[in-house]
Design a protein around this ligand. Structure first.
Ligand SMILES: *Cc1c(COP(=O)(O)O)cnc(C)c1O
Length: 356
């Protein structure tokens, strides 16, 4: 068996130790005689798995007691609708910051339910606090701390006063510490930095729950899910279990501060090389460059195909940029090791020598 360095934006690489543990426990979880996939979600075995995962996530992110942690399905994309349904709370409109492709999708969906005030719109950079045209009457402010496709990441958390701040953290959650108390809600599809696809994690301040629009589907209602411990129906049990293994792995790494130091180093090294080269470039403003998704283009796009083919021959895969922007993208989430990033840089240096 030989594993590649997988730079996929999502579903993304998982820590090898986590996959090994899942393999070892595949047929018989802790002498239960069954796989986690075969367990009743209401049995004592799975209950212990579910509770440990939540406790470890709370611990890692220092989530206060007045926040609910929900383990949902439907991806971050379902939350684009669930958020206005649950959080408008009788108000007419909400503020949305538009920094790229995922912001746009969240805005398009929100427009079905409310008046959207676009508080700022930027391309290849993030707005400063002063650039945010916030509406004091807004039900909430929604933003995308890390735009996975453009590789644009906020270097700060916006201040929104008494208006709850909602963050689509799909591609940046757990990459560095965040002060959860600054947010009304944080949500993320699992398949980037948490675990396998099929699980969506939402962290919601309790006082915001309970005032959903009347027509909100039961499954989309945060009240239903909070009251039922995310088990109103059958939850994505195996994804929840794997997420729990990832949370334990992160704790073993020393927690989010330690993980952040590694992530910052990985990203800095890659950007530094890209900036020093004449073949590669990254279009994002220096203060808004993502630690997790590093897009870059080659000076001559005729070389794209051979770059990708040769990278693959060197065990470096899924480097093609999103179809909407082209070029390349290296996603370097928590599970991508420093050796993996170094291997990518070594290959890029060699490719540039031969083609620059
Ligand atoms: C991947 C991604 C999404 C979409 O997630 P799904 O779980 O596929 O719905 C939304 N927002 C951001 C920032 C993402 O990176």
């Amino acid at each position: 068996m030989s594993r590649v360095y997988n730079f996929s934006a999502g579903p993304a690489a998982l820590p090898e130790e986590v996959l090994q543990q899942a393999r070892d426990e595949m047929l018989d979880w802790e002498d239960s005689g069954m796989s986690v996939m075969e367990m009743s979600h209401r049995g004592k075995e799975f209950t212990s798995i579910a509770e440990a995962a939540e406790a470890d996530l709370r611990d890692l992110m220092a989530i206060p007691d007045n926040y609910k942690v929900l383990f949902l399905q439907g991806g971050a994309s379902s939350q684009f609708a669930a958020i206005p349904m649950n959080l408008l709370r009788g108000k007419k409109g909400a503020d949305y910051v538009n920094t790229g492709s995922w912001s746009k999708k969240a805005i398009a969906e929100a427009k079905r339910y409310c008046d959207v005030n676009v508080a700022a719109e930027t391309s290849m950079c993030t707005p400063s606090q002063g650039d945010l045209n916030l509406n004091a009457d807004a039900a909430y402010v929604h933003y995308t701390p890390n735009e996975t496709i453009q590789g644009v990441e906020f270097p700060y958390v916006p201040e929104t006063g008494d208006v709850p701040l909602i963050a689509d953290m799909s591609s940046t959650i757990l990459s560095r510490p965040v002060d959860v108390t600054k947010f009304g809600m944080i949500y993320a599809g699992a398949q980037k930095n948490i675990g396998p696809a099929g699980l969506t994690v939402a962290i919601v301040r309790e006082d915001l729950i309970g005032d959903a629009m009347t027509d909100t589907p039961t499954m989309f209602n945060y009240s239903t899910m909070a009251d039922a411990g995310s088990m109103y129906n059958t939850p994505p049990t195996y994804g929840w279990y794997l997420a729990g293994l990832v949370f334990k792995w992160l704790k073993g790494k020393g927690g989010l501060q330690a993980v952040a130091e590694v992530n910052e180093r990985k990203a800095a090294k890659l950007y530094e090389y890209i900036d020093s080269s004449t073949l590669y470039s990254n279009p994002v403003a220096a203060d808004s460059r993502s630690w997790m998704n590093v897009p870059f283009v080659l000076a001559n796009s005729d070389l794209d195909a051979s770059f990708l083919n040769e990278a693959k021959d060197n065990g470096l895969v899924t480097l093609k940029g999103h179809r909407s922007v082209g070029g390349m993208r290296a996603s370097i989430y928590n599970a991508m090791s420093e050796q993996g990033v170094q291997a990518l840089i070594d290959f890029m240096v060699d490719f540039e020598k031969r083609n620059g």
